[in-house]
Design a binder for this molecule. Sequence first.
Ligand SMILES: [Zn+2]
Length: 321
Amino acid sequence: MNELLVFMCDGAPVRGEIVSISSAWQAVLERRNDPPVVRRMLGDFVGAATLLSASLKFDGTLIIQAQSKGPIQLLVVECKSDLTMRATVKLSVEADSIDPNATLGELLDADNTGRLVITLDPSDRQPGQPPYQGIVALQEHRGTVIKPVTSAAEAIALYMQNSEQVDTRIWLASNDTHVGGLLLQRLPDSGGHAHLDPQLAAEGWTRIQTLGETITNEELLTLPPETILRRLFLEESAENGVRSFPARPVRFSCRCSRAKVADVLRMLGEEEVESILAEQGAVETECDFCAKAYRFDAVDCRQVFKTDLLADATRPPSSGH
Ligand SMILES: [Zn+2]
């Protein structure tokens, strides 16, 4: 069960998505050894990333990234519009020193300066054109009161509100084997739902949210999306119609490659690489996402810097030469 289902309501200006991920999520965890509280949070962000990716109107990659001074130093979840995803976290402390009941704020926002960056990177982006980035503070400042964001779902809903100006409700649940999520988005009253008058539209949005609120973590973690859809919106579909589109598969996939590691070595510079070689005999590194090991011995490294000349030739010529 690794699938995402998109649905539309005929009687309300609502687009919804339900995701259920099991083996693809287990593939992320297989290579990791994080404490359960960190795994659950990573899982919630994996659920959020797939739900947000499925609503992208372009081909590309959605990246949710958090950098913090808390026990989680770095969290990265990437999901492409074809719903292939990968995820990683980096801890700044020993795993067993993390409070098993830590909240998102405590993990990611120890000093109330934490934030989440959501990057939308279209695959046809021109060189030099920056990807779109939205930033979500992980705390709400109300006068002198600072209210920490308590869950991934709340953080994502705030992001949707602030950067996309779309009313969004999101429910996420994760454990060691499953990630489940439900997303409801209010569509403009006009357009596809031109037949709904504003009051009916507002009532419809409220009605669908109320139905959404009855979802339980248990359901999100155990039921296939079709079953959740039928259960939640039984009455709605009888009276107004709820249409779903064919479910789309969610897969784990890493984009790391030997060529990308070679690029990193080039960025480090020949001198630095030579000194690693002198010390360790080879440059060894492991992918943060899939734990694949890469090893470059002296001969490989020489090759890396030799091909640098070729790589240079493909770059735009600098002016005047
Ligand atoms: Zn990898």
